[in-house]
Design a protein around this ligand. Structure first.
Ligand code: FE2
Ligand code: FE2
Length: 134
């Protein structure tokens, strides 16, 4: 199956945030690779824990910028972050319980993240620049 990798079209015009997104996309790709191989349960768990940690860190960074700059679209954006983390948490719980998670679910995790960049993250750059975030 097609793996995912960062592309210039995903850029949100901030190197530091693009860099976070690159790391997250790589971690999703790693989890996807393990999920596609049936016998890699330990590695899959590790990859998902690593992914969850980095996603929490990254969302926290964006949300901190929202607060610092009084971003008007904060509420909806933060809600989307919560939804995404909820999806990730459910997958981690299912795997911890020994339940099989369909590979398709990991593809959804991947497409939802790319969609989030496109629909939400790409909207804040002008506002951030105006408020001196770089
Ligand atoms: Fe975001
Ligand atoms: Fe983001």
């Amino acid at each position: 199956m097609e793996s995912i990798s960062w592309k210039p079209e995903y850029s949100v015009s901030f190197d530091s945030i693009d860099n976070d997104h690159k790391i997250i996309i790589d971690l999703i790709g790693k989890a996807l690779t393990f999920a596609e191989r049936d016998s890699q349960e330990y590695e899959l768990k590790e990859a998902l824990n690593e992914l969850q940690k980095y996603v929490i860190y990254h969302f926290g960074r964006e949300e901190n910028y929202f607060r610092l700059t009084s971003y008007t679209d904060e509420e909806l954006h933060v809600q989307e972050h919560r939804n995404y983390l909820g999806k990730l948490k459910r997958i981690i719980e299912q795997i911890s319980l020994g339940e099989k998670v369909a590979v398709e679910t990991f593809h959804t995790l991947s497409s939802c993240f790319l969609e989030h960049i496109d629909r939400f993250d790409k909207k804040y750059w002008e506002h951030f620049i105006k408020h001196g975030i770089s």
